[in-house]
Structure formats: structure tokens, C-alpha cells
Design a binder for this molecule. Structure first.
Ligand code: BJW
Ligand code: ZN
Length: 245
């Protein structure tokens, strides 16, 4: 049942974001027409088994995405900017939990942010576990600055079958939030797709989905804001703050 609740909740907010929030910044989502996985087979690039089998293919997939992210035409859009403004002006805690591995929330000014599926601009050493900033191609010859291993770095991202990051902190925030909003995520990948159910279990929070198309878990949200994120998110934030974001 989708009914609008006009009274803004007072209390902490958790916002879950997915690839859809960055489509209008020029980055493709994963699923659907023009999605990233139209051109690549998911099981060939986003599992540890794929990396063990074909490291060069997987490195190339992430090298291309890293290059694209670092190109000047990729910029935050009004949805990222509105969420940064919400964090600045909302009188309670705002936590953005993003499944995205790009840095558009940070570039828009968001400070309190969890990258639950890791970060494209970081690399992790498979020999010594050190995490490094990374703006280079990893398919090319490289060395770990910590243990000096040759070609030991992998993208610091979470593949299928791997444990998402900071789940304890996310659980705690979901358990005390007054508002949970999910933006631009298809609701097909767990545990993120289960967050709305988790929030509903404690029964105190307003739940809102903002998406171009209904997600796989759309029916679990109390409210629905259909449309492109660059329009729906600034409008939603403006309503919450009681004035232009
Ligand atoms: C717009 C828009 C616009 C477009 N405006 N909106 C069976 C049942 C349940 C679970 C499982 C199961 N079998 C396996 C699992 C677990 C598995 C899973 O969920 N699999 C499913 C496929 C079923 N999950 C995992 O393995 C996770 N780990 C885990 O569970 O650990 C526990 C464990 C580990 C070991 C042993 C035992 C337990 C890890 C998941 C990792 C996901 N990784 C990826 C790749 C990250 C790196 C990279 O970016 O390459 O993360 S997969 C990919 O999907 C990426 C994304 O973050 C994630 C979600 O995608 P997202 O963001 O929702 O994008 P899309 O494209 O799907 O949707 C875009 C949406 O935007 C659409 O809805 C559009 O409508 C919308 N949109 N334009 C607003 N302008
Ligand atoms: Zn190392």
C-alpha cells in the first residue's frame, strides 16, 4: 500500500543508494537495457572465482570503469547534491549507505557514508591485505607499496559470495532510524535488498522508495516516489527540510 505521509519524521535517517542515483551522472546501472552487464557476463567479472580464473579480464573491467569515473564529464548530479545538503541541515544523524563503488556522494559533499560494496578508487593487496588509494590500471604491472609484492592488488570491491563491509554499523543505524529511504536500487542483491524488511521489523520508521521503476521489494515500502533521481530526490529533501535544498 503506497500512501503519502506528510509529517516529516524527527530522528535519524538512513538512505540506501544504488546505481540508479548515478545514471544521470553518466554512469550506467548494472541491470536492464544499456546496463553494464549487457556487455559483460556477471559471473565473469563480479565473483572471486572469476578473478581466480581470469584475473586480467576482471582487472580490465574495473580499469575501464575507473578510467570512466576519473574522466571530467562524470560529475555528481542534483540527487547527490541534495543528499549532502540533507546531511548538513537535518538536525539528527543522516547516514548514506551506498552500494555504489564510485565517489560521487563524496564529491557532492557527503561526509557520513558507508560504501558497503567497496570503492573503485581503492585497491587491496591479496598478499598482505593492505588497502591503498588507486587511480592506476591494475591490469598493468604494479607493486604493493606495503609488502612490495608484484601484481598482488585487486579492486577493493565486494563480489558475490564475499561479505559486504561495515554490516554491524549498518544494522545499528537501521535499528534506530526514523526514516529509511532507498534510491535507485533494483532490490535484487542481498543483504541490501533486505534492509527495508529489517527496518519494518522494528516498526517505527517511515519507509520510502525513490526509483525510476518499482524495485523487486517495492511492495515493502510504505511510500513510493517514482521518477528520475535528479528530480525526485531534491524534491523529497526539500519537503523534509521544509524549504529548497
Ligand atoms: C534509476 C534511474 C534514475 C535507473 N533514477 N532510479 C539467494 C537468495 C538471497 C541471497 C542470495 C542468494 N544467492 C546468493 C545470495 C547472496 C548474494 C545475492 O544477493 N545474490 C542475488 C543475485 C540473489 N549476495 C552476496 O553474495 C553479497 N554477500 C553476501 O551475501 O555475503 C554473506 C555471505 C558471504 C559468504 C558466505 C555466506 C554469506 C555480496 C553482494 C555483492 C554485490 N556486488 C556487486 C558488484 C560490486 C562491485 C562493482 O560495482 O562491480 O554490487 S553486484 C552489483 O549489484 C553491485 C551493485 O552494488 C549491486 C546492486 O545493484 P543496484 O545498485 O541495485 O543496480 P541495478 O542496476 O540492479 O538497479 C538500478 C536501479 O536504478 C533500477 O531499479 C532502476 O530502475 C533504477 N534507475 N535509472 C532513479 N535516473
Ligand atoms: Zn601487499
Amino acid at each position: 500500500m503506497h500512501q503519502a505521509i506528510d509529517i516529516p519524521p524527527r530522528g535519524p535517517i538512513v538512505v540506501l543508494t544504488g546505481a540508479g542515483i548515478s545514471v544521470e551522472s553518466g554512469l550506467p546501472s548494472f541491470r536492464g537495457p544499456d546496463g553494464l552487464w549487457e556487455g559483460w557476463r556477471l559471473e565473469e567479472v563480479a565473483t572471486p572465482q572469476a578473478f581466480a580464473r581470469q584475473p586480467a579480464t576482471v582487472q580490465r573491467f574495473y580499469d575501464l570503469r575507473r578510467r570512466q569515473l576519473l574522466s571530467p564529464e562524470i560529475r555528481p548530479n542534483p540527487a547527490h547534491v541534495a543528499l549532502a545538503e540533507l546531511e548538513k541541515r537535518w538536525p539528527h544523524k543522516v547516514l548514506i549507505v551506498t552500494q555504489n563503488i564510485e565517489d560521487l556522494h563524496e564529491r557532492a559533499g557527503t561526509r557520513k557514508l558507508i560504501h558497503m560494496h567497496g570503492e573503485l578508487l581503492r585497491a587491496r593487496c591479496t598478499a598482505c591485505a593492505a588497502i591503498h588509494a588507486c587511480r592506476i590500471d591494475l591490469a598493468a604491472e604494479h607493486q604493493c607499496a606495503q609488502c612490495h609484492g608484484a601484481n598482488t592488488l585487486r579492486p577493493h570491491v565486494v563480489w558475490f559470495g564475499e561479505m559486504p563491509l561495515e554490516l554491524d554499523a549498518i544494522d545499528a543505524a537501521l535499528g534506530r532510524c526514523a526514516l529509511f529511504a532507498a534510491i535507485g536500487t533494483s532490490g535484487q542483491v542481498y543483504p541490501a535488498a533486505g534492509f527495508v524488511e529489517q527496518v519494518r521489523r522494528h516498526g517505527r520508521a517511515r519507509t520510502v522508495e525513490l526509483n525510476l521503476e518499482p524495485s523487486a521489494v517495492n511492495s515493502l515500502f510504505a511510500e513510493d516516489r517514482p521518477g528520475p533521481a535528479s528530480a525526485t530526490v531534491p524534491r523529497f529533501v526539500e519537503e523534509l527540510l521544509g524549504g529548497p535544498a
